[in-house]
Design a protein around this ligand. Sequence first.
Ligand code: PLP
Length: 392
Amino acid sequence: MDRVYYLDNNATTKTDPEVLKAMLPYFSENYFNPSGVYSPAQDARRDVENARATVAKFINADPKEIIFTSGGTESDNMAIKGIAYANVDKGKHIITSKIEHHAILNTCKYLEKNGWEVTYLSVDKYGIIDMEELKKVIRKDTVLISIMLANNEIGTIQPIEEIGKIAKEHSVYFHTDAVQAAGKIKLDVKKLNVDMMSLSGHKFHGPKGVGVFYLKRGVKIHSLSQGGHHENNKRAGTENVSGIIGIAKACEIAAEHLNDLSDMVRIKALRDRLEKSIMEKIPEVIMNGHPDKRMDNTSNVSIKYIEGEGMLIHMDFEGICASSGSACTSGSLDPSHVLLAIGLDHGTAHGSIRFSFSKYSTDEDVNKVLEILPAAVVKLRSMSPFWKEKNK
Ligand code: PLP
């Protein structure tokens, strides 16, 4: 393959070279275990704690409220199981939404098999939950509400601040999965009214295999793994020092980009040009997600009378990387649970493609998609009996 046109940044992002540079010494000369008593180990401890302070600043938290994990999935597990197990005396009811990532949904399903009850809130056609429904389903035995900040497939942004207020009024803990939002939207745990928040390094130009779990001071969770006294007794295991340094550097760089805004403006312009041209060039398409309450980097388009998987293969031959759903579900033939939840029928959901941009995306990436996609749609539709029937 000569060149890759990478438009799958909600699946993962390229590690920023500055992040890699910051991490490298921790594989070589600075390899020490931060738990050691000798000076080089104490230097590693200092660097980990400085990284914790950087991450805390990024989300307006206190360093003591930051727990380093192995990624978004582990942070989500910590929130759901951690609160569930610690609050069995209060109740065994959890509220989440139908469009969460599988890290949340499958953890909830696991708890359901073990005696907990979970309410899955529905969403409107844009992917936004209904506040009135939320208020109605809160019960005396509800211990946790977990609603994602931004959806990985359609980009829709939930009214987290408002949900947080409702949770507070009912004395229910509130967690948000902000894995997709980090680096794209300014995060302030105090403004957002959250008790817990999940982040993942590889979604904003940091390394894979490292994440953050924000746990508000005073909120008690059950620890999921037993071992040493790492991470304030909340997450046993020798720290992933290089990963921690990497995610902190990614936060530092993302904060600069969020302040400067020029990258986000450029990313949005690329995304909007792609969407506008697709609408102009291809009949019978639907843009999924909220028109404005949506991450600037995400585009999810349903192209009727085609199979998204077929289109992905077609684009792959040309070096274009996109996705037909979340990376975790591609490979399965089930239509995306998110697209079904916003009301698409199975056929339309199957014809959906997600393009997601980053600061490394270019005009060439968009041009390549526009060169390939319209002709490929014509070809795929010419093989569709439904399309032929429609155009008889
Ligand atoms: N939550 C959301 C919204 C995601 O998009 C992802 C990854 O796609 C995760 C959680 C899981 O994160 P990780 O890959 O770090 O386990």
